[in-house]
Design a protein around this ligand. Structure first.
Ligand code: ADP
Length: 679
């Protein structure tokens, strides 16, 4: 069939079947776009109505400032009209939400720009891969290579833009525009920066793509690009002054089309981009991380110091008796207070029974302690004490014999053997007898007792607060079974100057101490002392931590500044990514993720630094304390696992908080403005 129409593809459509209805991909209905500039309104496009059929090749011609770029930006989903409708396959682009618009840009149109908009630090292959990287799939590398081969750049895959000619760069841009297999190719002055040879090559490439089925729309001011077959739309002052399309094409219809499906960006894309950006700006990343690390490190050091203090205090308290032990030293007489009492009333059996019934009590028993005289080899003063209900006093060990259970058999502390029996071994002392006389009662009571077992000596440091060990080192110490001591040595009715209560846990111990002191008992608890130390440590930690906190706030501000600078520096890149179909949230995530990664790195550096400082400080303090004649605790700084997790998490949080505003600013950048940015 003879076809006299200048517009090749319409002609092609008609030549196939005149009755076949041509599908319209783009339709502009009375579209206007105005810009506000310094209070003035500039009309870039005015009431433009155009249709672009499927598989068509259109050149939009016009002098500079005629509105060509504005038109192309509207078609490419980079901008929205002030009034009128831009329809893509019958769908109003203005009604697309931001994610749909991004999907539209990524999968339905490919755009080529006059200045190529390639990322200078990436090779040709990486530039094309970048577009493909947003979607999942392992074929990225292969597909990018294939696309570059198709545009004739098989041998330039690994060259960076600076190593490529203008024509080659534009071909990379074309390959990238085709990455997601769009049906439409938009080109904004694609040959504007090229010499005549490259110009012909690029136009040849665009014609070839059109022949392969793409709908191609080119805008240019260059009349030379036009061939007699092309459809030409002429713009002047924002208005269509000429359209060479035949009326039939203008009246073509729009087929029913399914709505734009929003495609999610591959999980981890933003992390991948963030990591690349970090590596790309190594010095800046490192400096920012080190700055932040100072804040994190000083807080880690403070907490490690406080934890170390607490650890040492608790350990030395635990050595002096259980932390869950409460000593009751009597009842406060009526009229006195815990601070004025000198001589508390002794405890009674019913007091002990009351202690045993308190909630949270693991065990409660009285301590009977009676000064006695022993008639052995000579007469010696001794202290007769009841054994605890379970275990041995003061953590001492049985070195011979067994624990007495009844009768008048006793445990003798090793140091007393000599005074009672002369030079003999612990094993030989077992079974020996002696007379014990109670000197505190009016009519002294003399009882014969037998040695059932020998206890290891009391450690001198344990004596101060040992509940049942208030025995001078040189004295002889005897331990009687609890029941016997209570029955025969505590008086009638029994009276006790001391009781020991073991709490089930820390909380129970604290509550027992509180309850008993409210009930008028004189109580003493190592847990209370530990709590006092904790309060002291918390005060020190908070004050020191506040300095670290200030450093951390400064670090957060520094990250914010660095990220703001990064947004400014990468504005054009943001525009490119958005033009390639990255969603606003993808852009936001890149910056937040980068800051979080910097924060994480800062956490690692901060921890390592704090560890190093702790090791050095520990060594220095040990030397200083040793010089002063003291013994330094084995560990001064303790970095528990939760502090490591907290430091890393904290670093990330500081990064995220610091980058929040810059990241939002980046995600809100208009594509067109960002692409125009000279950065
Ligand atoms: P062309 O691509 O044909 O050179 P443009 O579409 O770039 O034309 O611009 C058309 C008109 O709109 C020009 O007068 C230009 O100055 C104005 N214009 C384009 N973009 C903006 C903008 N972002 N802000 C203000 N004026 C703009």
């Amino acid at each position: 069939m003879e076809c006299g129409l200048p517009w090749r593809l319409t002609c092609l459509a008609i030549s196939i079947d005149l009755d076949e209805r041509t599908n319209i991909v783009f339709e502009l209905r009375d579209v206007s776009r105005a810009y506000k500039l310094g209070g003035q309104e500039i009309t870039a496009l005015s009431h433009v109505s155009l249709k672009f059929p499927d598989h068509s090749f259109t050149i939009v011609l016009g002098p500079s400032g005629s509105g060509k770029s504005t038109l192309l930006n509207l078609l490419g989903g980079l901008d929205r009209p002030t009034s009128g409708e831009v329809r893509f396959n019958g769908l109003n682009v203005a009604q697309f939400n931001n994610d749909q618009l991004a999907s539209f840009r990524r999968h339905h149109v490919g755009t080529v720009f006059q200045s190529y908009h390639l990322l200078p630090h990436l090779t040709a292959l990486e530039n094309v891969e970048l577009a493909l990287s947003m979607d999942s799939g392992s074929e990225r590398h292969h597909r990018a290579q294939q696309l570059l081969e198709e545009v004739g750049l098989a041998d330039r895959l690994h060259n960076r833009p600076a190593e490529l000619s203008g024509g080659e760069q534009q071909r990379v841009a074309v390959a990238r525009a085709l990455a997601h297999n769009p049906s439409i190719l938009l080109a904004d002055e694609p040959t504007g920066n090229l010499d005549s040879v490259a110009r012909r090559e690029i136009m040849g490439l665009l014609h070839k793509l059109h022949d392969e089925g793409y709908t191609v729309i080119i805008i240019t001011h260059n009349e030379e690009l036009v061939t007699e077959h092309d459809r030409i739309v002429r713009l002047h002052d924002g208005e269509v002054v000429k359209d060479s399309a035949p009326p039939l094409a203008r009246d073509a219809v729009v087929e029913e089309n399914s709505p734009i499906v929003t495609v999610k960006t591959r999980l981890g894309w933003s992390w991948w981009m963030a990591l690349r950006n970090m590596v790309r700006s190594k010095p800046r990343t490192l400096l920012t991380a080190v700055g932040t690390a100072i804040g994190i490190g000083s807080i880690v050091l403070t907490v490690a110091f406080g934890t170390g203090l607490r650890h040492n205090a608790n350990q030395s308290l635990a050595q002096n008796g259980g932390l869950n032990t409460v000593e009751v030293l009597g009842r406060i007489p009526s009229g006195a207070t815990s601070s004025t009492v000198n001589e508390p009333n002794p405890l009674t059996s019913s007091d002990i029974a009351h202690f045993q019934k308190l909630s949270g009590v693991a065990s409660a028993y009285a301590v009977v302690s009676v000064p006695v005289m022993i008639h052995g080899k000579s007469i010696v003063a001794a202290m007769l004490t009841s054994l605890p209900l379970a275990g041995l006093p003061n953590g001492q060990k049985l070195i011979a014999g067994h624990r007495p259970t009844s009768g008048n058999s006793v445990l003798l502390v090793q140091s007393g053997i000599k005074s009672l029996f002369g030079n003999t071994t612990p094993a030989r002392a077992i079974g020996k007898s002696f007379v014990v006389e109670n000197t505190t009662v009016l009519h002294p009571l003399a009882v014969t007792m037998t040695v059932a077992g020998i206890l290891s000596p009391v450690e001198p440091t344990n004596q101060s607060s040992a509940p049942a060990g208030s025995v001078a080192k040189s004295s002889v110490a005897l331990y009687l079974p609890y029941a016997v001591a209570v029955h025969s040595w505590a008086g009638h009715p029994p009276k006790f100057s001391q009781a020991i209560i073991n709490g089930k846990n820390a909380a129970a111990t604290v509550s027992i101490t509180k309850t008993l002191s409210q009930q008028g008992f004189v109580v003493f608890s190592l847990r209370q002392i530990a709590k006092g130390i904790d309060t002291f440590v918390i005060i020190i930690q908070t004050v020191l931590g506040a300095f670290g906190g200030i450093a951390l706030v400064v670090a957060g501000i520094m990250i914010a500044l660095v990220m703001m600078w990064a947004v400014l520096e990468r504005t054009r890149e943001i525009g490119i990514l958005k033009a390639l179909g990255a969603r606003a949230k993808d852009i936001r995530r890149i910056f937040i993720d980068e800051a979080a990664l910097i924060g994480l790195l800062a956490g690692v550096i901060g921890l390592a630094g704090a560890y190093g400082v702790a090791v050095v400080l520990q060594a220095v303090l040990k030397t200083l304390i040793a010089k002063a004649g003291g013994t330094a605790p084995a560990v001064l700084f303790v970095i528990p696992w939760w502090l490591i997790v907290a430091a890393l998490g904290f670093g990330m949080v500081v990064g995220i908080v610091g980058s929040w505003i810059p990241a939002f600013r980046a995600s809100r950048l208009s594509v067109v403005e960002a692409l125009r940015h000279n950065g």
